[in-house]
Design a protein around this ligand. Sequence first.
Ligand code: GLV
Ligand code: MN
Ligand code: MN
Length: 416
Amino acid sequence: MSKIASNLQIDSARLWDTIHETAKFGATAKGGVRRLTLGPEDKQVRDWFRNACEAAGLDVQVDALGSMFGLRKGRDMTKPPVGLGSHLDTQPTGGKFDGVLGTLAALEVVRTLNDAGIETEIPICIVNWTNEEGSRFAPAMMASAAYVGDFTTENILSRRDAEGVTVAEALDGIGYRGASPVGTQKFSGFVELHIEQGPILEAEAKTIGVVDSGQGVLWYDGKITGFESHAGSTPMRLRRDALATLSEIVLAMERIATTHGPNAVGTVGEAVIANPSRNVIPGEIAFTMDCRSADAAIMDALDADLRAAIAEIAARRKVDVTLDLVWRKPPTHFDAKFVDTVENVAGALGYSHRRITSGAGHDSCNLNTIMPAAMVFVPCKDGVSHNELEDATQADCTAGANVLMHTVLALAGVAS
Ligand code: GLV
Ligand code: MN
Ligand code: MN
């Protein structure tokens, strides 16, 4: 890191203001944000982001899945840019920081370089990836997955939300089906700043997480078919209750994930009773399951143990259970050189730091399969995320943005 460059700091107040300004788009009464991908609030924040990028002199392109790319020229335009950014969509009960910090910190890096009159050797490009959260449309991180070739663009465009709306219709609805084919914008590598979304940095009083790996993910769609019958007149021994079955499945999943722990987690986040009624025994339930581990062998063991447990429960209760694996994302091992660069920058800037595994999925995990990528984490309050109470300090967000900026400067080079 050059001496002049190391004195450069992002504008902490400006970054903090933009985080709170954009939190108005989808603000909830509890202080969080509900900004489902490709909905009206997502359009509002996208319009804001596009305007801010253009005001900062960036050339903005939108791809066929709505991901937004803001290019800042470098001295040598023959080389692909260093990418930085994250996402602006949120969970239904999301917070102000998940994804937002990384995207707005990328903007802040550009604004700081502009103010300081710094030209990078190779260009940089800031990104807002479409549908990182996977809450409205599955899977999560679908735009970056298509970018790296895990899915075709057509496959993703045809995915439907719970109301039957396709990604294509939702993109057209907000005017963000862009002209550039997915993959048009090339990168020499990618760096993403994010809140940790877990308790480790806060517990150890470390400012920066140098992310060297990420958990793999298994997403399932499940269906239980029992038998609807009268809640008053059906004896307990004759019931084929779909909800009681699901209850056993959830507890079995908890037991299995705990047995494979501490490096495994499992969650049933959605469950819908078909035609629910207070005095009808539930006959049909659709549910989702999300299981994760940073160890591919443990992922396989989770899958095998879950299927065995579900088969036993279904046979005993005389119900049908289907469990379809709809997404398998292997564990991520971030690029060693990029990870070292983040670590060296954090140290040079004087921030306490440690290496860390990401519990959450991120677009950078996809990108790392075809280019060098790395991530920077900062602590969040009580490790809470995917919750309206999600919080992080201005000082930590500023530190993370400074590490992001100097990592990008180290990778992109400063033009002499
Ligand atoms: C993305 O938010 C995830 O589920 O990890
Ligand atoms: Mn995120
Ligand atoms: Mn998230």
